[in-house]
Design a binder for this molecule. Structure first.
Ligand SMILES: Nc1ncnc2c1ncn2[C@@H]1O[C@H](COP(=O)(O)OP(=O)(O)OP(=O)(O)O)[C@@H](O)[C@H]1O
Ligand SMILES: [Mg+2]
Length: 333
């Protein structure tokens, strides 16, 4: 196996893998992670999918949301984040935060309906997931050389990163108005020491500042092309190609760096001759057109091709074959 020239993901420390459903995102994310371990890197593969796909890929029980060492791949840890736990914890956290807001703002109403609305809207799942991504980036960054995120929700992540700038501005404004309100209270107060003491310990301000810092740091990391790359997977088919083209536009609009594109499930022309029915030759012909289209539309971004294997990709040996294709296989079209 070729091990020169460093990992396929280069110097990137945070890698996101996206693409249409079922194109091979989990397989590619695992292959990129495994490839980096072959270069001596310590790698974390994090899945944020509702279905536990890493468990079936590695044949190791990764349920429970704990970091687990992958057998047979030195330096590779994986985590399968439990979405339900995540949402429950995040809801508890947000509920506490909102209650604090209401209490400090001295709003004499029952906050429960507001809390209910805030924590049950559809964007809440996405926010909870993104919160976990931020934690993983900020915590795991020191322990691992590379973190690979296998997440079906790349579009959501991108939107949230884009929104995080707005959110940051909003947080900064909130912090400022909270300070102004406190100053006002202080100037009216007869017991200034007590109010000063309260201001110093204000949990709302501390919370807002912490959140603001978390967003700012994450955005700095995610928009830095030296640190982060968003990689996309497509197959030589029309719909997956349009999805990737759309993703790339979206990612670039938010200044998020594109790492590259991988083309999965390629049927090599040499396979066709072994199939007397003509089915494979027809497939190869069709793929040829789409491979050309991929090269035309995203030529310099294409970083590798993977053939369609006769059976599902499971286990380290199968991943090794994927890595070998990524490094060495080029279809003719
Ligand atoms: N090159 C390949 N050859 C053969 N089988 C493959 C190949 N790539 C992926 N597969 C298989 O196809 C199925 C889908 O792949 P994978 O789970 O990686 O897709 P995904 O994009 O992560 O799907 P989802 O959108 O559901 O998360 C899996 O069973 C996988 O083993
Ligand atoms: Mg998957």
């Amino acid at each position: 196996m070729v091990r020169d020239g460093g990992p396929i993901t280069g110097e990137h420390r945070f890698v996101f893998v996206g693409g249409k459903g079922g194109v091979g995102k989990t397989v590619l994310a695992a292959a990129l992670a495994y490839d980096a371990t072959l270069h001596g890197k310590r790698v974390l593969l994090a899945s944020l999918n509702p279905v536990h796909s890493l468990t079936s890929l590695f044949g190791q029980d990764l349920a429970g949301g704990k970091l687990t060492r992958i057998e047979g791949a030195e330096g590779l840890d994986a985590i399968e984040v439990e979405i339900d736990d995540l949402v429950r914890d995040y809801k508890a956290k947000m509920t506490g935060r909102l209650r604090e807001f209401f209490r400090w703002a001295e709003v004499p109403i029952n906050p429960d309906p507001f809390i209910e609305v805030a924590t049950t809207n559809p964007a809440f799942h996405e926010s909870a997931m993104f919160d976990r991504v931020m934690d993983l980036i900020l915590e795991a960054g020191g322990k691992y050389d590379l973190v690979v995120f296998d997440t079906a929700a790349v579009a959501n992540a991108v939107r949230l990163i884009g929104l995080s700038k707005l959110y940051g501005l909003w947080l900064a404004r909130m912090i400022q108005s909270r300070r102004e309100a406190q100053q006002f209270r202080l100037s009216l107060s007869f017991r200034k020491e007590k109010v000063m003491e309260e201001i110093k310990r204000d949990p709302v301000i501390a919370d807002l500042i912490a959140l603001h810092e978390k967003f700012t740091k994450t955005r700095e990391v995610i928009t830095d092309p030296k640190l982060t790359g968003f990689y996309f997977v497509t197959t030589p088919e029309s719909l997956p190609i349009s999805v990737v083209v759309r993703f790339i536009k979206m990612v670039e609009a938010f200044n998020i760096p594109v790492g590259g594109v991988f083309v999965n499930n390629v049927i090599d022309a040499s396979e066709a001759s072994s199939d007397p029915s003509g089915y494979l030759s027809a497939k190869v012909e069709e793929q040829r057109r789409y491979l050309k289209m991929i090269a035309e539309q995203m030529g310099d971004k294409v970083k590798g091709y993977v053939r369609s294997f006769p059976s599902e990709v499971r286990g380290i040996e199968a991943l090794r074959a994927v890595v070998e294709d990524l490094r060495g296989y080029r279809p003719s079209f």
